[in-house]
Design a protein around this ligand. Structure first.
Ligand code: ZN
Length: 150
């Protein structure tokens, strides 16, 4: 027979299993703090809409694709896609020329993608990172986009 762990007389080591309550709390904390795309996905799903992720065959690979409606949603980070907001208008202090060029190309590519989608008969909605904070307003926008006229 194997020796039990610990010396005789010592209290048995207690390993505390992760409690369901604790993991639920951790999950809740994590979900309040997610990436903008996750916010949009969860909200849209919660409103009953079903979608596919990252339409690989569509220009710009939209984040959420509603194929039967021919509608797509992009969730854009304000910095990377140059939103006209405080965060989007900032340019890093070092390598300014590099950043300006790179970010401008992102903006141009975004515009081209929207254009190509439109030509393929798709409608697209762009949701900016900073717009995901107000969940009520965001929900209304998503609903009116998806339920709106084709
Ligand atoms: Zn923004």
């Amino acid at each position: 027979m194997d020796e039990p762990e610990g010396s005789p007389g010592e209290a048995p080591k207690m390993t505390v299993p992760p409690s369901p309550v604790r993991s639920r709390i951790m999950a809740a904390i994590r979900s309040t703090n997610t990436k903008p795309e996750m916010v949009v996905r969860r909200l849209t799903h919660g409103m009953g809409y079903r979608y596919r992720l990252h339409g690989a065959r569509l220009p710009g690979r939209p984040d959420l694709v509603f194929a039967s409606r021919r509608k797509a949603i992009f969730v854009h980070g304000c910095f990377w896609h140059r939103h006209r907001c405080r965060r989007g208008e900032r340019t890093p202090k070092t390598n300014r020329a590099y950043w300006r060029h790179k970010l401008r190309r992102n903006v141009e590519r975004d515009a081209q993608n929207l254009d190509s989608l439109r030509q393929l008969g798709w409608q697209a909605l762009v949701i900016w990172e900073c717009e995901t904070k107000d969940r009520d307003a965001l929900g209304k926008r998503i609903r009116s986009f998806l339920d709106g006229p084709d």
